[in-house]
Design a protein around this ligand. Structure first.
Ligand SMILES: O=P(O)(O)OC[C@H]1O[C@](O)(COP(=O)(O)O)[C@@H](O)[C@@H]1O
Ligand SMILES: [Mg+2]
Ligand SMILES: [Mg+2]
Length: 339
């Protein structure tokens, strides 16, 4: 009988890999797991609860906030606050950073950037949604932590991951030593190791992009889509087009099956749509740790400078060979002028 390894046990066992670890990061990951279970409970019965639909407010991105966006935001902030291992939260749903000023938290080492509910347009239609998180160590213990501690390059992340609320609920994360996936077993209320050492196939036959924006894409992206659609049995083309509209769900599928996910610049979104700090960087760290690649078309996402908390970036992410192939279509931004 295979041994059931819970997330908590796994985190503790893996702590040994970090000789100087005192358990703070382990406890922080535990807190994220607790909030994930609470949000999962609401997502699972959303139709029965008064939690579907718009909240009547907009966030800094000008997007209509969904009730579940706000609920998830509150649950993760509350869990991080009571856990005491996080001093600052940066969230998609809050214009400014949130300082967790409790006696314990204010001296905490870690910063969490979070997309509390990813795939908001899919909440009301029972299509998988997710949560994305990114963890940094504060830059210095001097003075009180601030925006500078959040606006670190993606290469500085100490951990990152996502939760997918789908037909089953999974938590997938990395601390820079590979990627592991845990499935929530509702009968024991525990995330259990189900996908050890996840590796994204070097190549795949799935491309994932919102082709509804086709006319607004740069010519280079249009050319790459054409390349994906051409008949060529040698290279298993045409590829299958798959687009769920929840970044977490589209990337989870590609992580397991192989494939490329693209959210490029468009004439309507000249910097792309997805946010660097709490969507692109954590997913890039994770996919790279699984053997994949993530760029903005020509530069590694993790090396991009952060200028604004809610900064956007185009992203080409997934199977290494497919992203490299896409980059060979010269995906340089200025190209936008031609569309
Ligand atoms: O509807 P579009 O323009 O294709 O955008 C879909 C993308 O937007 C997102 O929903 C943005 O994330 P949020 O739902 O967290 O705002 C991604 O999950 C998804 O990949
Ligand atoms: Mg999102
Ligand atoms: Mg969101």
């Amino acid at each position: 009988m295979t041994r059931v390894i819970t997330l908590g046990q796994f985190i503790i066992e893996k702590q040994a890999d970090f000789p100087y670890a005192k358990g703070e990061l382990s406890r922080l990951l535990r807190d994220i797991g607790i909030a994930a279970k609470i949000v999962n409970r609401e997502v699972n019965k959303a139709g029965l609860m008064d939690i579907l639909g718009k909240a009547g407010s907009t966030n800094i991105q000008g997007e209509q906030q969904q009730k579940l966006d706000l609920y998830a935001d509150q649950q993760f902030i509350a869990a991080l606050k009571s856990g005491g291992e996080c001093c600052i939260v940066a969230s998609e749903e809050n214009e400014h950073i949130i300082r967790l000023d409790t006696d314990v938290s204010k001296n905490a080492k870690y910063i969490v950037a979070i997309d509390p509910l990813d795939g908001s347009s899919n909440i009301d239609v029972n299509v998988p949604v997710g949560t994305i998180f990114s963890i940094y160590r504060r830059k210095s213990n001097e003075g009180s932590p601030g925006l500078k501690d959040v606006m670190q390059k993606g290469t500085e992340q100490v951990a990152a991951g996502y939760i997918i609320y789908g037909s089953s609920t999974m938590l997938v994360y990395t601390t820079g030593r590979g990627v592991n996936g845990f499935t929530l077993d509702p009968s024991i209320g525990e995330f259990c190791l189900s996908h050890p050492n996840m590796q994204i196939p070097e190549t795949g036959t799935i491309y994932s992009i919102n082709e509804g924006n086709y006319v607004h894409f740069p010519q280079s992206v249009k050319d790459y889509i054409k390349y994906c659609q051409v008949e060529d049995t040698q290279t298993n083309r045409p590829y299958a087009s798959r687009y769920i509209g929840s970044m977490v769900a589209d990337l989870h599928r590609n992580l397991i099956k192989g494939g490329i996910f693209i959210y490029p610049v468009t004439s309507r979104a000249p910097s792309g749509k997805l946010r660097l700090v709490y969507e692109c960087n954590p997913m890039a760290f994770l996919i790279e740790q699984a053997g994949g690649r993530a760029t903005n078309g020509h530069q590694r996402i993790l090396e991009l400078d952060i200028h604004e908390l809610h900064q956007r970036s185009p992203i080409f992410i997934g199977s290494k060979n497919m992203v490299e192939k896409a980059e060979s279509f010269n995906l340089i931004q200025p190209e936008l002028q031609s569309c």
